[in-house]
Design a protein around this ligand. Structure first.
Ligand code: DMJ
Length: 507
C-alpha cells in the first residue's frame, strides 16, 4: 500500500481537537494500528531497495540523482544505522544483508577524518543494539549465530581503533580523528554533546565484553561534565557551558542551551540512569538539576502565541529567542525523566515542549517543521510578519534534512500518556514527509518546508532516516514489545541518541 494514495481527510480524521494536557490511560494492551504500521514498513522497504540498488555498500544514497555519498567514513553507514529498525520491523532479508556486510567492514581503513561522536552513535551503537536485540527478544530472526556474535567482535574492533582519542592529558577526547596516523585536528576544546554522548555506547561495550576499559575512559571524560569547573561553566544548576578544554577538562564558556552541540549531553544523563540506576544515580541527579533549571530559566512563550513553549539559549545574561529541530528531542527527554522518576511536573512540561514543536509542523505549507526558527519580536523578517503573528515564530532555516526529533518526542508522549493525539501527530508528520520528500529511490532533504513541494529537493538521504524517522514512526503504530518505551521505571530497553535500543544493564 502506498501512503500517498490515502486521502488527507482519511489520514487526519481521528485527530482530537483539544490539546490533551493531562496524563491519560497507560498504553499497555493498546492495539497496534496494523495498516499504518504497514505503511511505515513500506516506506522503509522503498528507501532500503533504493539504497541497495544505487548506493550500497556506501554510506548514503543520493536520492535525486540515484548516486551515493561516503560522508561517514565509507563503511556503509546507512546499512549499519538501519539494522535495529530492520530488526524491530522483522525484515529478515535486510537484517541478513546488513549482518553479512558488517562482517566485511575493515574499521582500520578510511580516507576520511573520523568523527568520534558520529561513529559512536551510528556504527558502534547500531552494532551493539543489533547484538542486544538479536541475542534477546528478536533471536528468532537470524539462524547463523556467528553473524550475531560478529556484531560484538566488530564493535570491539571499532572501539579499539577509536580509543586513542581519549588518550589526552585530561581524558576529554578529541572528536575529529585521523585513524591511520592516530592523529587529530589539533582542536584545543571539545563540544558538550560530542563529549557527553559516548558514555552509553562505550559502557555497554564493556558490560557485554567484560573488558572495563571502554567504560572507564568514557566515564572519565564524562566526569568533567558532571562536576563542571570553573563555576562560570555552570551558570544555572545543572546547565553547563558548551565547550570543554581538552588539556584539563575545564569549561571555557557558560553558553547554555538544549540545541545542537549541547543536546544529547542532557539526553544521556537520564538515559544512563534508565540503563543502570545503581551505577548512574549521580547522572540522574544532574539531569534533575538541569531539568528544574530549564523550567525556571529557559522556557519562553512567543508574544503572539503565549500558548506555545520553546526553550531559549542563554549566554552571559542574554537570552536568544531561537530554537532548532534538533532541540525538539527535549519533550521526549522530560517525558522519559518524568515517567521514570514519577515526576508529573516533568511530564507536563515535556508535553508543553511537544506541543510547541508540533506547532512548527502544523504551521507550514508542507506540514513539516523547519530546521531552525525564532520568536524575537525585534527580529521578525519583513516578509514573515503575517506568518509570525499567526504561527508564533518565524523561520530561520526552512530546510528539512530528514531529522527525527519531533516525531521522537511525539513517540515518547504517546507511549507514556497513551493519548491517541500523539499517535495522530506522528502519522501526520510521516504522511507529510512521505508526500514531500519521497523520490523514486528514497527520501530527500528539502530546502523550504513552507513552500509548495518543500521548495526543491536536496540530494541527500541521511542514515538517520532509517535509524530514527522510520523507527519512531513504526514503533508508534506497532504492537507492544519489549523494546518499546513504556510508562514507569521498568523499561528493559533504552534508546541511544540515534534511536538504537540497548538492553538495560542487569546489575
Ligand atoms: C542524529 O544523528 C542524532 O539524533 C543526533 O543526536 C542528532 N543529529 C541527528 C538527527 O538530527
Amino acid at each position: 500500500m502506498r501512503v500517498k494514495s490515502l486521502s488527507a481527510a482519511a489520514l487526519l480524521a481521528g485527530s482530537a481537537a483539544a490539546f490533551p494536557y493531562q496524563n491519560e490511560a497507560v498504553l499497555s494492551g493498546k492495539p497496534a494500528n496494523q495498516e499504518k504500521a504497514a505503511a511505515v514498513k513500506e516506506a522503509f522497504q522503498h528507501a532500503w531497495d533504493g539504497y541497495i540498488k544505487y548506493a550500497f555498500p556506501h554510506d548514503e544514497l543520493h536520492p535525486v540523482t540515484n548516486g551515493y555519498g561516503d560522508s561517514r567514513n565509507g563503511w556503509g553507514a546507512s546499512a549499519v544505522d538501519a539494522l535495529s529498525t530492520a530488526i524491530v520491523m522483522g525484515n529478515q532479508e535486510a537484517v541478513q544483508t546488513i549482518l553479512e556486510h558488517v562482517a566485511t567492514i575493515d574499521y582500520t581503513r578510511t580516507d576520511s577524518q573520523v568523527s568520534l561522536f558520529e561513529t559512536t552513535i551510528r556504527y558502534l551503537a547500531g552494532m551493539l543494539s543489533g547484538y542486544d536485540l538479536l541475542k534477546g527478544p528478536a533471536s528468532n530472526l537470524v539462524s547463523d549465530e556467528s553473524l550475531v556474535d560478529n556484531l560484538l567482535n566488530q564493535s570491539k574492533n571499532l572501539a579499539d581503533v577509536l580509543k586513542f582519542a581519549f588518550d589526552t592529558p585530561s581524558g576529554v577526547p578529541y572528536n575529529n580523528l585521523n585513524i591511520s596516523s592516530q592523529g587529530n585536528d589539533g582542536a584545543t576544546t571539545n563540544g558538550l554533546a560530542v563529549t557527553g554522548t559516548l558514555v552509553m555506547e562505550w559502557t555497554r561495550l564493556s558490560d557485554l565484553t567484560g573488558d572495563p576499559e571502554y567504560a572507564t575512559i568514557s566515564q572519565k571524560a564524562q566526569s568533567y561534565l558532571l562536576d563542571p569547573q570553573p563555576s562560570s561553566g555552570e551558570p544555572f544548576p545543572g546547565l553547563v557551558g558548551s565547550n570543554i578544554r581538552i588539556s584539563d577538562g575545564q569549561f571555557t564558556n557558560g553558553y547554555v542551551s538544549w540545541n545542537g552541540g549541547d543536546d544529547s549531553f542532557y539526553e544521556y544523563l537520564i538515559k544512563m540512569y534508565v540503563y543502570d540506576p545503581k551505577r548512574f544515580e549521580s547522572y540522574k541527579d544532574r539531569w534533575v538539576l538541569a531539568a528544574e533549571s530549564t523550567i525556571k530559566h529557559l522556557q519562553s512563550h512567543p508574544e503572539p502565541r503565549p500558548d506555545l513553549t520553546f526553550l531559549t539559549s542563554y549566554n552571559d545574561g542574554n537570552y536568544d529567542l531561537s530554537s532548532q529541530h534538533l532541540t525538539c528531542f527535549d519533550g521526549g527527554s522530560f517525558i522519559l525523566g518524568g515517567t521514570v522518576l514519577g515526576r508529573q511536573d516533568f511530564i507536563d512540561f515535556g508535553l508543553e515542549l511537544v506541543n510547541g514543536c508540533e506547532a512548527t509542523y502544523n504551521s507550514t505549507l508542507t506540514g513539516i517543521g523547519p530546521d531552525s526558527w525564532g520568536w524575537d519580536p525585534s527580529r521578525v523578517p519583513s516578509d514573515q510578519k503575517e506568518f509570525y503573528k499567526k504561527a508564533g515564530f518565524y523561520i530561520n532555516s526552512g530546510y528539512y534534512v530528514l531529522r527525527p526529533e519531533v516525531i521522537e518526542s511525539f513517540y515518547y508522549a504517546h507511549q507514556v500518556t497513551g493519548n491517541e493525539i500523539y499517535r495522530d501527530w506522528v502519522w501526520n508528520a510521516f504522511v507529510a514527509i512521505n508526500a514531500t520528500c519521497r523520490t523514486d529511490s528514497g527520501f530527500a532533504a528539502v530546502t523550504n518546508v513552507n513552500a509548495k513541494y518543500g521548495g526543491s529537493k536536496d540530494n541527500n538521504q541521511e542514515s538517520f532516516l532509517f535509524a530514527e524517522v522510520l523507527k519512531y514512526s513504526y514503533l508508534t503504530h506497532a504492537e507492544d514489545n519489549e523494546w518499546q518505551v513504556h510508562a514507569g521505571d521498568k523499561n528493559t530497553f533504552v534508546f541511544n541518541t540515534e534511536a538504537h535500543p540497548f538492553a538495560v544493564a542487569h546489575t
